[in-house]
Design a protein. Structure first.
Lengths: 89, 218
């Protein structure tokens, strides 16, 4: 029992770092940091702008100028799902 | 391992679950997917840590740096923690809205709806990790020799986890994750090579001393 108590601090560190890793990783993935999400968002933004304006615009300029409308958000979700689908196949 | 630490481990997993849900937005349908990816990477890091500690014990490479009981405790504790986070990694997938995992598809190898081969290797690796970790408490019953033999399955578990993560993990292309795999593989490979060298030197040492004694007696 005495031996185990001696290592309690180290065990607490291991657990804390693991929890921090899971929380940090989840928050990071949920944000816009993942390549999949970025790629999917770019594609969606292009599609939305082309439909709205009918003009030929480049992907990058569309991505920065796209308004955060409900329509664009919905399309984002769809394309992200598609990206996951294609990745799984 | 005391019951208190098992409870604390479960509390840590629950905390990571709740904090992740809270900080990442809570209502997102993709959240189980993100949680599964994050906990899978943490479980792999813990498995690597446990392997490194185990190899430091057998090679005695850390003898001058840390006490053997401390290294052994870290080795054992990281194995148990890895199992907890493997459970979170698989368990989160049950709530994923895109892939329809069932408890059976998580427990039975190659029954996964997502990349069955690579995921199946991960399932086998997880079962091996559970078996080897459980053997810590069966050492007295099965004997030292059998326990050591069983412990070699750790290398199989690590290779399967590595292949599973590298092949089916969707974050392998991210630099941080990619380099984690590289460093993990390099560390385990280097320590394993050192361990083999140490074992060979040990085997050769008695033979050399016997030959010397024979030469002296002539």
């Amino acid at each position: 029992m005495a031996r185990k108590n001696k290592h309690n601090g180290m065990r607490a560190w291991i657990l804390s770092l693991s929890v921090a890793g899971v929380v940090g990783g989840t928050v990071y993935f949920a944000g816009a940091g993942t390549p999949t999400t970025v790629a999917a968002d770019s594609g969606i933004t292009t599609a939305v702008t082309t439909t709205a304006s009918g003009a030929n615009t480049s992907t990058s300029s569309v991505a920065t100028a796209a308004p955060a409308t409900a329509a664009s958000t919905k399309t984002t979700t769809t394309t992200t799902t598609k990206a996951r689908k294609s990745r799984s196949s | 391992m005391t019951r208190d630490w098992i409870l604390l481990g479960l509390a840590a997993i629950a905390t990571s679950l709740l904090l992740s849900l809270g900080l990442a937005g809570g209502s997102g349908a993709q959240l189980p997917w993100y949680l599964s990816r994050a906990s899978g990477l943490v479980a792999f890091a813990l498995l690597t840590g446990s392997m490194v500690m185990g190899l430091l014990i057998t090679t005695k490479a850390a003898d001058g740096i840390a006490s053997r009981s401390r290294v052994f405790d870290a080795h054992q504790f990281m194995s148990v923690a890895a199992i907890g986070f493997i459970a979170l990694h698989g368990g989160a997938l049950l709530f994923d809205g895109f892939f329809h995992f069932t408890p059976l598809s998580l427990l039975i190898p190659f029954a996964s709806p997502y990349l069955p081969l690579w995921t199946g290797l991960g399932v086998i690796g997880a079962w091996l990790t559970v078996g080897v970790t459980a053997s810590f408490w069966m050492r007295g019953r099965i004997g030292q020799r059998r326990w050591r033999m069983l412990h070699f399955a750790t290398f199989g578990a690590y290779v399967l986890a590595f292949v599973h993560g590298f092949s089916s993990g969707t974050d392998t292309q991210q630099p941080l994750v990619f380099w984690m795999y590289v460093f993990s593989g390099a560390a385990i490979g280097a320590l394993l090579a050192y361990r083999i060298a140490v074992a060979r030197a040990k085997r050769q040492a008695p033979a050399t001393s016997m030959a010397r004694r024979a030469a002296v007696s002539r």
